[in-house]
Design a protein around this ligand. Structure first.
Ligand code: BGC
Length: 766
């Protein structure tokens, strides 16, 4: 709840002081870089490098290429090798393995005029070799310490393999389940999204102030994709975002800002346009807001060929024009497009880009290289022994397994069919295309995770129940998209001797991620057909869904006994899911994206506006209200929702005072939480408010705090939240961020639709 606002200028100063204050490192191998690394002050050191550089070499630093990867190691494509040899590349990504990276670094350091080291990037999104649940799933844990730890592990594994920089975290707000990239972020809420952004940046970079960036165990992080990429019209990837400045500032920008406050070193400009201007060419966004208003001091990278795409976007006449628009907007580095290196010397000579603009961009990139210690020792990340030691260790596996269990959301559990304990003596028919699958488990953007090594659910359950009285039978019944009457019959016959069915179904991992958009978000027809046949057996059915997005589970909700939303769980998927099924872990995850009743409700999110004709949810059928003729306006499962094997209660919500001032004041909210069941568990207490009247319309509810609390069976605990006056601030009619006086409602709740514990307070004029 309490956000510590540290202006980025201080953070950067902290970076500089920390790095400058350290004795210079013993270099492994002396190289040309040492000739200008004498001065310890980074700014001066950068200047001393810049002075030696030609205009073209500076632009080279602003150029990034992707290395191809083949079975035998990274292959330098003909495209970029000549640039590398001339010292005209600042960064390379998709180059993996210590050996391959060393080879490229050697060329940069030993064979180029100035020997400036390369910055090696990679999409380390939810793990590098140890793959954790997809970020959307992991965010459902509401466990910030866990998210920070998994980012730390991902950073350590990748940094041990020679990587310096990750293009993560993705912090785009996602309200549209059709969009495949919802899997990469933290869902629909700006408050939770901001907290998750901070946890992930801190995890990757090793600390909240960047002070551990100079250790070869952390990664420089990237807040992406700036901005509002998730607002793509109709969920279609790369589509325009048309949204008001109020929505941009109040909903979409907060997580990027939070990433910046956590010290993120770089941002990536998004592919999409916002209100007619592609982000890559948007000076207002990348310079006025990011640098001048927020004080960002790191550097901005374009997305993959994002600059070239200004031509088809129809704001640039040709690639040279595109490069000029991007650099003048504030994009410091061109990812793979080669527009800067091909055209910017000419643009400077022709006077359309100033040399100062180039100097600034090159300076920001060089500064990062100094911060990372690459000038002191370009090979400091490269050590085969370290790579071996820091890969998929037992500790990483244990954390991954916990992360799976903490991410699985129990959506339905009639008659407490789950858990199925080892002592239950049940016979279970295990069915479905994802039951014995390892290939899909890692989901998209799974780094270098070996898909064959992920633990299938069947294996997890088999090991879990080994030696117990529980018996398992197995038949797939279908593939992800196809089935036959024969396969269905085989599955049905496997259920005959069973007490219940567990079906693992869902999406192919390729159906989410970039450019993976669906207009029908139900289970594929073959799997629905199989489910219907299973339903006819009359046996109770537990469904485990694996998907990269919220699905339309209306039929399943109506017809099945239990549903576990397991996302794409990663390396330890089968074990973590088995822990939940057998009751060794009491599910504690809560949704971070609303699940629609059907695709027609999308975009759907809890913090909508009321409208002038709000619907009475107890009677949605009244005419001339903002409702649907053929469906409820409520989601199937709301934001913040999830069940456990125990029930929790919230009572005694109290405020220490009934009003506070609009600035520098706070209210303390306390509530009693109780675990009413007979199993220990973690409860997520969520604090929502509603601002009743504003200078611009206000959301129905807004999350303003949460706590995940462990409660033993039968235990009660008091929880307390602080609401600072600043926490209620928003961009109002004058587009200034402030807290407006007036009346507020407040709930301490178990999910966004829970209105049980409602109270109110007032914010007074000063
Ligand atoms: C994606 C980015 C990613 C980049 C590099 C782009 O297509 O939009 O999120 O970081 O590729 O792989």
């Amino acid at each position: 709840m309490k956000t510590i606002l540290i202006p980025i200028a201080y953070l950067l100063t902290a970076f500089l002081l920390i790095s400058c204050g350290q004795p210079s490192r013993d270099t492994q191998k002396p190289g040309k870089w040492q000739s200008y690394s004498g001065d310890k002050h980074i700014a001066q050191r950068v200047d001393s490098v810049l002075k030696l550089m030609t205009l073209e070499e500076k632009i080279g630093q602003m150029t990034q290429f992707s290395a191809n990867w083949s079975i035998t190691g990274p292959v330098m494509s003909d495209d970029f090798q000549p640039y590398l040899e001339k010292g005209l590349i600042g960064s390379i990504f998709n180059a993996t393995s210590v050996e391959g990276i060393r080879r490229m670094q050697q060329i940069a350091v030993d064979s180029t005029r100035l020997g400036i080291p390369i910055l090696f990037g990679q999409d380390v999104i939810h793990g590098y070799k140890t793959i954790f649940p997809i970020p959307l799933g992991e965010a459902c844990s509401w466990d910030l310490a866990l998210m920070q730890r998994t980012a730390e592990i991902a950073a350590l594994e990748a940094a041990s393999d020679g990587i310096n920089w990750t293009f993560a975290p993705m912090v785009d707000i996602s309200r549209d389940a059709r969009w495949g990239r919802v899997m990469e972020g933290a869902g629909e809420d700006p408050y939770l999204g901001s907290k998750v952004a901070q946890a992930r940046v801190t995890g990757f970079q090793g600390s909240g102030d960047g002070s551990r960036l100079d250790e070869p165990t952390t990664l420089l992080a990237t807040g992406k994709h700036l901005a509002a990429y998730g607002a793509a019209e109709s969920g279609r990837d790369y589509n325009p975002a048309e949204l008001s400045e109020h929505t941009l500032r109040n909903v979409y920008l907060p997580p990027y800002r939070a990433a910046l406050e956590a010290g993120v070193g770089t941002f990536m400009a998004s592919f999409n346009e916002i209100n007619g201007i592609p982000a890559t060419a948007d000076r207002w966004l990348l310079t006025d807001i990011l640098r001048e208003e927020w004080g960002f001091k790191g550097f901005v990278v374009s997305d993959y060929t994002g600059i070239n795409e200004l031509v088809p976007h129809s704001v640039a006449r040709d690639e040279q024009h595109a490069a000029e628009l991007a650099i003048n907007a504030g994009v410091d580095m061109d990812m793979t497009g080669a527009t800067y290196i091909k055209y910017l010397v000419k643009s400077v000579e022709e006077g359309r880009v100033s040399e100062k603009t180039i100097d600034n961009a090159a300076r920001r990139i060089l500064e990062m290289k100094f911060l990372l210690g690459l000038f002191d020792d370009p090979y400091r990340y490269l050590n085969e022994e370290r790579a071996r030691q820091n890969t998929m260790t037992p500790e990483f596996m244990e954390t991954a397994r916990k992360a799976v269990a903490a991410s699985v959301v129990l959506l339905k559990n009639d008659n407490q069919i789950l858990p199925i304990t080892k002592e239950s003596g049940k016979t279970i028919a295990l069915i479905g295309p994802l039951m014995n699958d390892s290939i899909n488990l890692n989901g998209e953007w799974a780094g270098l995770g070996n898909r064959n090594k992920s633990v299938p659910i069947l294996k997890g359950l088999t090991e879990k129940y080994e030696g117990s009285d529980v018996k398992l039978l197995y038949a797939a019944g279908s593939t992800i998209t196809e089935t036959t009457q024969g396969k269905i019959a085989e599955a049905v016959s496997a259920t005959r001797r069973a007490d219940l069915i567990i079906a693992a179904m869902g999406e192919d991992f390729n159906w989410s991620g970039e450019a993976a958009v669906r207009t029908d978000i139900r289970l594929p027809e073959s799997q629905r057909e199989l489910l219907k046949a299973l339903k006819e057996t009359g046996k109770p059915i537990v469904l485990i869904t694996l998907s990269g997005r919220p699905l339309d589970l209306s039929w399943e909700d109506e017809n099945l006994d239990a549903i576990l939303q397991a996302w794409f769980p990663g390396t330890q998927g089968g074990h973590g899911i088995a822990d939940v099924i057998a009751g060794d872990y009491n599910p504690s995850a809560r949704l971070v994206m609303s699940f629609p009743r059907n695709v027609g409700q999308i975009p759907i999110y809890y913090n909508q506006k009321y409208t002038g004709r709000p619907v009475d949810l107890s009677n949605e059928k009244i005419d001339y209200k903002s409702s649907y003729l053929d469906a409820s306006i409520t989601p199937l499962y709301p934001f913040g929702y999830g069940l456990s094997y125990t029930t929790y209660d919230i009572s005694d919500v109290k405020l220490d005072k009934s009003s506070m001032k609009a600035t520098n004041d706070k209210i303390i909210v306390t509530a009693m939480l109780q675990n009413r069941g007979n199993m220990d568990g973690d409860m997520v207490a969520q604090l929502y408010i509603r601002d009743l009247v504003g200078s611009v319309t206000r959301p129905i509810k807004e999350l303003k705090g949460f706590q995940k609390i462990n409660l033993k069976a039968g235990e009660s605990k008091q929880v307390s939240f602080e609401i600072l006056s600043e926490d209620l601030a928003f961009y109002g009619i004058d587009m200034k961020k402030k807290t407006e006086p007036g009346n507020f409602k407040l709930w301490v709740a178990q999910n966004s639709a829970d209105n049980t514990n409602e109270t109110d307070f007032r914010v007074e004029q000063q």
